[in-house]
Design a protein around this ligand. Sequence first.
Ligand code: MN
Length: 203
Amino acid sequence: MSNEKTGSHTLPPLPYADNALDPVISANTLGFHYGKHHKTYVDNLNKLIEGTELAGLSLEEVIASSAGKADKVGVFNNAAQVWNHTFYWNSLTPNGGGEPPSALKQKIGASFGSVEACKKELATAATTQFGSGWAWLVKEGDKLQIIKTSNADLPLTKGMSPLLTIDIWEHAYYLDYQNRRADYVNAVLDKLINWGFAADNDR
Ligand code: MN
């Protein structure tokens, strides 16, 4: 994700073709979201850190060293959005949804009662977030929980390990769903969510 020699961050390739999530997320949405929004966060981050003490740090190090600092809000917002979007692309997969791998399914059952209850809580977090942000399945200690964050904020700065996320900024769904955020969230949970990625992050 970052080039240690020049300190410049790069846009990671999408893990699938830009029409692979169609019709839940159209190629049009993915083209703007990845090719414009995600790329712009990368470009802005590189401009902001060029020639500063943050150049040459990994993306996670930039996030950790700018979080909560009044003079580094722009750096934090762009770095966190680069990280969040890469994590989001991996949280989705063509032919996703369905059942989590058994170990994760068991853990979800212990924390939420059932996979359905976990999805419902995730959907509620995603639809009740006021304004832009992210809904997350996270691990804190041994327990799984659902959280939502505003704007660029992310679980890494809260001592939590994210397992998967859903982008609930309007740019994630407006071209396809207009104001129907719940339809976008439920379609993602039923058809695209990548439980295998969540299980890989549960370590
Ligand atoms: Mn986004």
